[in-house]
Ligand binder design. Structure first.
Ligand code: PLP
Length: 397
């Protein structure tokens, strides 16, 4: 049987991660995957998370099976976090715990497929690498809209089509719509009747938790139906605990009557039920005022470090005569930046400097130890294939 298995396509991100692991150069920099690293280059367990884990271990709660909706206290806490404690949309929303953001995307894709198999889902171009594969694995048709100038393309999105948007810190570009552009999107969704599907993976790491959730909450209040995939991987640092949830907002409570069972049925055939640990940790943090405040403070600190890293990179590129190219970086948000580099440039950056980003030019700006920013800037400046026109005319000192 196995000899019939065709060679599967390689996963470009994990291939790069493996190449990095085999690179012996001490100066190498791994900026491929979206993982926060602190000033020392470590990915820390957040203090509130550690404290919650200690409390949970001491309580030694049972590991008995949970249902396919997972931890219901977690689901309530996540609804309140994402939509706001008194958010008007929370009354017509339901949430189911999932295997992180990826599991939420897949479960919601399954829900779309079960509801309307012929639905077209629109994703951005460029998009998070896993969006298209997840949607297609669920059997959905995918079309793309240009990012960030999406309005023209989205005029073709029809009633009951689904438009996948990233709530903040767009992966891979780091470019988000302005508040006016979000409002215009909400208007378009209401007028043309398409359903927004918001992927929330980086809230708290762009402009702050509340500002990063603003667009999602605004959309939730304006449109009758909406889907939200929420990840706790980055903002709780729970990457390997696979924690997240799928949120569905309906036009009324009654409209939601079959939703949870449909999501549970989808979960049963995929993984039966989600892992408890991360959900218990998040619930413990969010339900305890002290832990919640400590988590918010640490999250703000992570965001500040990412912002400082980006500003520092822009400043160093400017000092190296690459100010014009660095301008676009200065406007980006969140863990990722897209460099103005071609796939060939990215290969040269890897070969010559041991700096690993994706072929599309994406680097994880949150993964650079602060003292390595000058090295990163030098590598980028030396690799840029087009000269900065402003500096090209003048001799550089
Ligand atoms: N959505 C986006 C835009 C992402 O960048 C990621 C991870 O990088 C995810 C979803 C999924 O994250 P996870 O499954 O680890 O929660």
């Amino acid at each position: 049987m196995l000899e019939l298995l065709p060679a599967p396509p390689a996963d470009p991100l994990w291939d790069l991660a493996a190449e990095f692991a085999a690179d012996p150069r001490p100066e190498r920099l791994d900026l491929v995957l979206g993982v926060y690293r602190d000033a020392t280059g470590a990915t820390p367990v957040m203090a509130a998370v550690r404290e919650a884990e200690i409390r949970l271990a001491e309580r030694s709660a049972s590991k008995e099976y949970r249902g396919p909706s997972g931890n219901t206290a977690f689901n309530r806490a996540m609804l309140s976090l994402v939509l706001g404690a008194d958010g008007p949309a929370a009354d017509r929303a339901t949430a189911v715990q999932t295997v992180a953001g990826t599991g939420a995307l897949r479960l919601l894709a399954d829900l779309i497929r079960r509801t309307r198999p012929a639905t077209t889902v629109w994703i951005s171009d460029p998009a998070y690498v896993n969006h298209r594969p997840i949607l297609e694995a669920a059997g959905l048709t995918v079309r793309t809209y240009t990012w960030p100038d999406m309005t023209a393309d989205l005029r073709a999105a029809r009633r009951d089509d689904v438009v996948l948007l990233q709530g903040c810190c767009h992966n891979p570009t780091g470019v988000d719509p302005s508040a006016d552009e979000w409002e215009a999107l909400a208007e378009l969704a209401v007028r043309n009747g398409w359903v927004p599907f918001v992927d929330l993976a980086y809230h708290g790491l762009g402009d702050g938790l509340e500002p990063d959730l603003w667009a999602t909450r605004m959309l939730a209040e304006r449109v009758p139906e909406m889907l939200i995939a929420v990840s706790c991987s980055k903002n709780f640092g729970l990457y390997s605990d696979r924690t997240g949830c799928a949120v569905v907002i309906g036009s009324s409570r009654t409209a939601l009557r079959h939703v949870e069972t449909a999501l549970q049925n989808a979960a049963r055939t995929l993984y039966s039920m989600p892992p408890e640990h991360g959900a218990a940790v998040v619930t413990t943090v969010l339900e305890d005022a002290g832990l919640r405040a400590a988590w918010r403070t640490e999250l703000d600190g992570m965001r500040a470090r990412i912002t400082a890293n980006r500003a520092d990179l822009v400043a160093h590129l400017g000092a190296l005569g690459r100010g014009t190219q660095a301008e676009s970086l200065a406007r980006q948000k969140g863990m990722f930046s897209t460099l103005p580099l071609t796939p060939d440039d990215m290969r040269r950056l890897r070969r010559r400097f041991g700096i690993y980003g994706t072929a599309s030019g994406r680097i994880n700006i949150a993964g650079v130890p602060a003292h390595r920013i000058p090295y990163l800037a030098q590598g980028i400046a030396a690799t840029l294939s087009t000269l900065d026109p402003a500096r090209a005319a003048r001799p550089t000192g």
